[in-house]
Design a protein around this ligand. Structure first.
Ligand code: SAM
Length: 288
């Protein structure tokens, strides 16, 4: 059996041998715990039929498990110093393609067309935390053929993604994620599972993409504008939040009528609305 990369001993060996310096700006906290890795692989439901995209392979601890369990792995890494290290540590595998690029600049639509003939791929990653939201929203909004996203993120961000109305974690991110997918927290992961240790707790979350968005809305751009406007001033009533943050596009009377038609209390706050209620309200505003 090929030696596992995900252990403190092997990680230190690889780092020392290559004189590798961790770069904080790239969010480099490498996984050194094989139990957590197994949980990620199991929950991502990887089979030998799957093409997997990994964002930020680091020195390859997760990449190794993905290569063993899938048909092919495409690993996208921004740090050029890691590419020769990955090619060396993973030289026993012939089903990994390394791309040395910023994930936010990769044309994933083209990549999936080329690599998987447009069939849905799975994304699995221990994400660089500084760009968690743009990565996830980019995957959803750019219509990339996608089955699921199973990722390590900050615990607090995982909680926000699956938060329900009326909680303090609930906000624009919860609604955007739940519009496109069903979120499920697979595991909470403490700092000692990484090298170097991050200051905050982490969690693995699986986002299973819906075949079509979870609510029907005439204009999804307007839906997200309404959501952002409602949460911009959390403590204000929904009417005031929308009035102040939608560039006065609707007057107060129009907003009042839209709330009444949606069946909402006129003093309600945005944080109390479900995604379905935001969709219904958007459909009412769309008619104006
Ligand atoms: N997958 C490895 C592991 O679990 O040990 C490393 C995870 S580490 C949290 C995040 C990785 O993402 C690092 O290797 C980092 O260099 C890489 N990264 C950071 N920003 C990136 C970007 N914009 N595009 C691609 N990779 C990036």
């Amino acid at each position: 059996m090929i030696e596992r990369i995900a252990s403190p001993k092997r990680t230190i060996e690889i780092v020392k041998k290559n004189d590798f310096a961790f770069q904080k700006k790239f969010g480099q906290n490498f996984l050194i715990d094989s139990h957590v890795l197994n949980k990620i692989i199991k929950s991502a439901d990887i089979t030998k039929e799957d093409v997997v995209i990994e964002i930020g392979p680091g020195i390859g601890s997760l990449t190794q498990e993905l290569a063993e369990n899938s048909k092919e792995v495409i690993a996208i890494e921004i740090d050029n110093k890691l590419i020769p290290i990955l090619k060396d540590t993973l030289k026993d595998y012939d089903n990994i393609t390394f791309i040395n690029q910023d994930i936010l600049k990769v044309d994933l639509v083209k990549l999936v067309k080329e690599k998987n003939r447009n069939k849905p791929i799975k994304v699995v990653a221990n994400l660089p935390y500084y760009i968690t939201t743009p990565i996830i929203m980019g995957l959803f909004e750019n219509n990339i053929p996608l089955d699921s996203i199973t990722v390590m993120v900050q615990k607090e961000v995982a909680d926000r993604m699956r938060a329900k109305p009326g909680t303090k974690e609930y906000g624009a991110l919860s609604l955007a994620v739940q519009y496109y997918s069903d979120p499920y927290i697979v595991a909470n992961v403490p700092p000692n599972c990484f090298m170097p240790r991050p200051k905050i707790g982490s969690a693995v979350i699986k986002l299973t993409k819906y075949k079509k968005p979870s609510v029907d809305v005439c204009d999804n751009k307007l839906l997200f504008k309404v959501i952002r406007a409602s949460f911009n001033q959390r403590r204000k009533t929904l009417i005031n939040g929308l009035y102040n943050n939608l560039n006065k596009e609707y007057d107060k009377e129009q907003l009042k009528q839209a709330l009444i038609s949606t069946g909402l209390d006129l003093n309600v706050r945005g944080e109390a609305l479900s995604l379905k209620e935001f969709a219904d309200l958007t459909n009412e505003l769309f008619k104006i």
